[in-house]
Design a protein around this ligand. Sequence first.
Ligand code: S3P
Length: 433
Amino acid sequence: MRLIVNEVRDNVKQSFNLPGDKSIAHRSLIIGSLAKGRYKIENFPMGLDCLATLDCVRKLGVNAEMKENTIFVNSPGYEGFNKYPGILDAKNSGTTVRLMSGVLAGCGIKASFIGDESLSRRPMKRIINPLEKMGAKIKSCEGLLPLKFEENSKLKDINYQMPVASAQVKSCLLIAGFLGEGETVIKEQSPTRDHSERMFKYISASINKEDNIIKIKNSELKCKDIYVPGDISTAAFLIATAIISNNCELVLENVLLNPGRKNYIDILKDMGANIEVYIKEKVNEEEIGIIKVKSSNIHGITISSERIPNIIDEIPILSVISAFAKGTTVFEEVDELKYKESNRIEAIIDNLKAFGVKSQHINSNLIIYGDNDYIDAEVTVNPKKDHRIALSFLAMAAKNKGKTYIENFECTEISFPEAIDYFKCFYDLYTEQ
Ligand code: S3P
């Protein structure tokens, strides 16, 4: 499916509630269902990644009934999980396969994990190695999918210094550690999103965090209802469009405002953007609130390497914004972006070039040359089947007075199937097969 942006509108004033946050939705099922009993998950997003997780937990014997955006869960708890679920399909979702691997190994479940073409190229050694040290028996295709889990006895605890900054790997090990013997200790060099720590705490697990060291051990869990706050990473595409558009004001309500995840907002502020956040309350250990943003004049900055893990999903959209900043923006040490749903470094550079914007990847840094203004051209975006690339360049269309075409726009169903409805206020747009 091809999306065509025909015309761009100015003076947009709009307020939105967003679909639920993808990272929290995965954890609401994977960590939430470790506890035995009934609970409900509200504002569950309909993106394909989260639905892949739903299929996988159902195969483990979790009963989950969906009514609109609420899931009514009845879980047998981890001790009652099906030990022979057969083949689990994570489709495009790295979070599904990496977090669920912690459950499979932790419960000694015999199963295979498969995924789509993109996921089958992404590195799994980062979870296989530590899980094997804990006693898991996993066969892979030289570190790639499919993964085959053999039955294993109870895992041993691990004291692990994370070699890569990855919330998915950390979460996998926290889950495996919780299900294993003794106390597992994880040390992070750079902080990554901490939703697993918060979700475990919410359901009463014995977990504590001091500085960059997290300790977890098995304990009794409590089933609790979960509300999935609006997705702050999805918000980023709308925020960016507002910033680079003319005389636009957006209000986003009930958005996740986890301190790590709102780092890109701090970066936008550093770039001079007119954006404010108001924390309203805490739900299931996560802060939520309102984001207000207006069209702004921004300038380039250097984003140092320790800030990168917390904005890893927002680098494509921040790159788009940077093209319209005064001066140059540098993202330091971004090579981890090569291992996402696509090689995002290439995807960013190639598509910026299609809009006439210069960028470079030098010594692991990504450099975006700013000072660009409106263009008036027919531009075709190739998102390389990566939802965040398609959505980032949909935002970029705000600066094109000509037509913008986005190929394979269906890839946005991974995280934001409602994208067209939300973007209608900014653009006159339509799709063709
Ligand atoms: C996620 C962690 C990040 C992120 C992904 C979601 C999570 O991946 O890119 O979209 O929910 O834990 P890494 O932790 O592998 O960087």
